[in-house]
Ligand binder design. Structure first.
Ligand code: PHE
Length: 340
């Protein structure tokens, strides 16, 4: 029995010394020391020994159990260290290696100008609102007092999606939605895309951008319109910018004006940017027509207001001296990168 015990000690230690993983060590522990293990099996036979032999063999068995347990602990330690070492080597990170550079994008020139404009109008107390690009005939035309036989309603000017559904031709459509939904007084701008069935050339695109402005309150006059637009023009183009009102016509404003700013490039002397005139037309505006107010449930005897629609694309092309409006929509990275 003693030899058998020594054999167990010998094989256990040998196998443990060769073990390479925690799993293997655990299997060996069960094989030798477990309830059905080899050592336990021997101890179960001790009943057949004489009373002198029993304590001697018992002591030896305990000593061997302790010996194997110790070996297990120390082998476990070395194996764990080895496993960690391997893991660290596999995940080694060279912090001195040069990093991968990501290309940084930039704002589109239209968005640069738009953000400046939003800042200016916000500082004057305007809210920024959004309106749908797909509109009904009512919001885009009818509620804006555009008569049924107005040429703008022609298929050649407007993209119709269905009988009563179209791509908005002007952000003015948002005016009506705002007047219907907001409490008075109103002071908003609504920037967005508009669509017209135009031929494409250097100055025309079937999609372009407007910024609608609307102010409704008691006692608003044309003087407020002029002051607001003058302030806006100065902040965009510089302190000595002048603006000029020219009489015009829009069905939803009365009186209506077209507004020019003095050319920031030549200061009004005439150059390529302003095509020699010294002025650049940037927007249409006017006092909101009483019929439009009434249609939105606002009493024109009590309230008045002004509206304007600024062309964002023109503002952008003149600011950055872009000769062709199409460049704004082609997304050519060689062009766009110049603005980063
Ligand atoms: N919606 C007009 C246009 O597209 C511009 C405009 C807006 C005119 C608001 C007057 C008031 O031409």
């Amino acid at each position: 029995m003693k030899t058998k015990l020594e054999e167990i000690r010998c094989t256990a230690k040998k196998l443990l010394s060769e073990a390479e993983s925690i799993r293997e060590i655990e299997d060996l522990r069960v094989r030798f020391l477990g309830k059905k293990g080899e050592l336990t099996a021997i101890l179960k036979q001790m009943g057949g020994l004489s009373s002198e032999e029993r304590p001697v063999v018992g002591q030896l068995a305990n000593e061997i159990r302790g010996d194997i347990e110790e070996t297990i602990e120390s082998v476990k330690k070395t194996v764990t260290e080895k496993e960690l070492q391997l893991k660290l080597e596999a995940e080694k990170l060279d912090v001195t290696m040069p990093g991968k550079k990501h290309e940084v994008g930039g704002l589109h020139p239209l968005n640069r100008v738009l953000e400046d404009m939003i800042d200016i109008f916000r500082s004057m107390g305007f809210d920024v609102v959004d309106g749908p690009e797909v509109e009904t005939d009512y919001y885009n035309f009818e509620a804006l007092n555009v008569p049924f036989d107005h040429p703008a309603r022609d298929m050649q000017d407007t993209f119709y999606l269905a009988d009563n559904l179209l791509l908005r031709t002007q952000t003015s459509a948002a005016q009506i939605r705002v007047m219907e939904n907001r409490t008075l007084p109103i002071r908003i701008i609504c920037p967005g895309r508009v669509f017209r069935a135009d031929e494409v050339d250097a100055t025309h695109s079937p999609v372009f951008h407007q910024i609608e402005g609307l102010v409704i309150d008691k006692g608003i006059t044309m003087c407020d319109l002029k002051g607001t637009l003058e302030q806006f023009a100065r902040e965009i183009y510089g302190d000595d910018t002048k603006i000029k009102f020219r009489p015009s016509f829009f069905p939803f404003t009365e009186p209506s004006v077209e507004v020019d700013v003095s050319c920031s490039e030549c200061g009004g002397k005439g150059c390529r940017v302003c095509k020699g005139s010294g002025w650049i037309e940037i927007l249409g505006a006017g006092m909101v027509h009483p019929k439009v107010l009434k249609g939105c449930g606002i009493d024109p005897d009590e309230y008045s207001g002004f509206a304007f629609g600024i062309g964002l694309d023109r503002l952008t092309t003149t600011r950055y001296k872009i000769s062709d409006i199409r460049m704004l929509f082609e997304n050519d990275l060689r062009f766009l990168k110049q603005f980063n």
